[in-house]
Write a protein that binds this ligand. Structure first.
Ligand code: COA
Ligand code: MG
Length: 294
């Protein structure tokens, strides 16, 4: 059985917002990011840090991964944020504005423990270092890339385009770097949280590109996101058909077989097993998910 930690829906909230923290304990997201950075005004940084530590210590988030996004390494809040993470011990720390592998190494050293590091991929400089940054999975406990599309668009002096043609190459390069080093990779946020149609289209686009999930800013984005990043019943039925066909003794020595008029190879068997494992993992993660058909 393949062991998968679902990261379909990763919800940000400003750590100074106690009401949002309380609500997050009841929401069907796979992970929660307590933000100390962009969503928190300078005069609220200390309060947000205190609330984040309290939230982690109090717990109550169940199966949801709990992550603290700290302020960047060149800000006056970084050292105190790191100290807070060291004492709170969340499931991971999210480091913003990562430019190269050295930033991950410095953060991991500063944590002085075994807390995994997630990296915000959001600067122009990091594009040219994506593979080296992902490679710190082997040396510095990096386990996930989070695309910071708002900062990226700002840095590039680009604009928001429906369909994101202007940043697709950046996004796909990040997915490839993450896959090359076996880490998770989660798409950027969709700011217009009342635009359900546009949001869903971007979820499906992200899923088709290989992202494990999407970062979210509002509770109403959770259910459609979970659905978009879970296998459909049709995909699952096809996966089961492939597994059954290769289990047939008549196909024991075949690398490529025919199912419903399509060529299916052993690589598709591996893919099918992943689909089934993901469906199982998301079923147990999501209390409202429909039962996985047998
Ligand atoms: N996490 C948890 N709960 C949230 C939430 C979030 N990100 N965003 C809103 N909620 C809650 C509200 O507290 C409210 O709860 P209640 O009615 O039970 O009290 C409910 O959802 C409805 O919220 P709504 O009134 O529609 O939103 P808002 O106008 O209060 O807030 C935002 C809108 C965008 C300011 C808010 O959603 C937010 O802060 N999002 C996250 C921003 C962030 O972290 N950005 C950093 C990364 S890009
Ligand atoms: Mg940012």
């Amino acid at each position: 059985m393949i062991d998968i930690k679902p990261r379909r829906s990763v919800l940000y909230l400003p750590a100074a917002n106690v009401r949002a923290i309380e609500k997050a304990r009841t929401l069907a997201c796979d992970a929660v990011i307590l933000d100390l950075e962009d969503a928190v005004a300078p005069e609220m940084k200390a309060e947000a840090r205190r609330q984040a530590v309290t939230a982690v210590r109090d717990g109550g988030f169940g199966r949801r991964e709990l992550v603290i996004r700290i302020n960047g390494q060149d800000t006056p809040w970084y050292e105190e944020d790191l100290a807070a993470v060291r004492s709170a011990r969340p499931d991971a720390v999210l480091l913003p504005k990562v430019n190269g592998p050295g930033d991950i190494a410095a953060c991991a050293r500063g944590l002085d423990g075994d807390t995994p590091v997630w990296a915000m991929i959001e600067t122009a400089r990091c594009l040219f270092q994506l593979e080296a940054i992902a490679a710190t999975a082997q040396t510095d406990r990096l386990t996930c890339f989070i695309m910071g599309t708002n900062d990226l668009v700002k840095e590039l002096r680009a604009t928001f385009l429906s369909g994101r043609a202007n940043i697709l190459s950046f996004l796909m390069t990040a997915v490839a770097a993450a896959r090359a080093h076996g880490i998770a990779v989660v798409d950027g946020v969709y700011n217009a949280f009342e635009d359900d149609e546009g949001f869903l289209a971007e979820c499906h686009q992200g899923a088709s590109m290989g992202f494990d999930g999407k970062t979210l800013i509002h509770p109403r984005q959770i259910d459609p996101c979970n659905q978009a990043f879970s296998p459909t019943e049709q995909e699952l039925a096809w996966a089961r058909k492939i597994v059954a066909a290769f289990a047939d003794p008549g196909n024991a020595n075949s690398g490529a077989i025919r199912i419903d008029g399509k060529m299916v190879e052993l690589l598709h068997l591996a893919q099918a097993r992943y689909t089934i494992a993901l469906a199982e993992a998301t079923k147990s993660a999501d209390p409202v998910a429909p039962a996985v058909p047998g």
